[in-house]
Design a protein around this ligand. Structure first.
Ligand SMILES: Nc1ncnc2c1ncn2[C@@H]1O[C@H](COP(=O)(O)OP(=O)(O)OP(=O)(O)O)[C@@H](O)[C@H]1O
Ligand SMILES: [Mg+2]
Length: 210
């Protein structure tokens, strides 16, 4: 029952967007639950917008991440955790201690890349008690063929955490699906490219946590 946490050191990097879309994509393969540990509770709000019955289950785990993971771990094939903006928050630390893999969305901007230094430190700290914890950087909101996207590629190679082969592009489909209370997997043709890249990223996560 792999536990996958989506963390980062910068607000707005795409943790909630990735959590919701990865969790729904995983849920189409095997039973998945998304735990919302951010006091803003955006993932839970997203789940409450819609009454569709083909969406991933979401639960509030803000007060006690450890107990929530213990409660659901044996009942779901995947547990995903959406974290608060700060990597030093109590919830993020608890989530890292319970996880097999930390997925770290980074925006292709120098400020975001510099902030990953803190992520590296927290991963090291968590590995003191959870030595098998893996980390994976995921470039989010990529705009291909820009000068910045090439620079980002070189900068990521300097960081001591591997980068996913799949990058997530900047697409309206992510915002639209969020607004409608669904994921890119449920939003038809306009979201097909987004669903495809999310599924490709899921293949990488599944391989790492097998
Ligand atoms: N790949 C993408 N393409 C287009 N828009 C995106 C993409 N990823 C995220 N966004 C948008 O960027 C904004 C921030 O994303 P999101 O809320 O997922 O980040 P977050 O890391 O969870 O933020 P916070 O730290 O506040 O929890 C949202 O408006 C979201 O719709
Ligand atoms: Mg969020």
């Amino acid at each position: 029952m792999p536990v996958i946490t989506v963390v980062g050191n910068k607000g707005g990097a795409g943790k909630t967007t990735l959590s919701i879309n990865l969790a729904n994509g995983l849920n189409q393969r095997k039973d998945t639950i998304l735990l919302d540990t951010d006091p803003q509770l955006s993932s839970l709000q997203w789940r409450e917008i819609s009454s569709r019955d083909d969406l991933v289950d979401v639960d509030d785990a803000v007060d006690d991440v450890e107990s929530a993971v213990a409660k659901y771990k044996d009942h779901y094939s995947f547990v995903l955790i959406d974290c608060p903006p700060s990597i030093q928050s109590e919830q993020t630390r608890q989530a890292l201690l319970q996880s097999d893999l930390a997925v770290i969305p980074v925006l292709p901007s120098p400020l975001d890349l510099w902030a990953t230094v803190h992520v590296e430190k927290e991963l090291e700290w968590a590995r003191g008690a959870n030595p098998d914890l893996q980390g994976l950087l995921v470039v989010n909101q990529l705009e291909p063929r820009t000068r910045l996207s090439k620079l980002v590629h070189d900068a990521l190679a300097e960081i001591d955490i591997p980068t996913a082969n799949t990058a997530i592009r900047r697409r309206m489909a992510y915002r639209n699906a969020m607004l409608k209370g669904c994921s890119v997997h449920h939003d038809g043709k306009p979201a097909a490219s987004a669903a495809q890249e999310i599924n490709q990223l899921i293949d990488e996560l599944v391989k790492l946590t097998n």
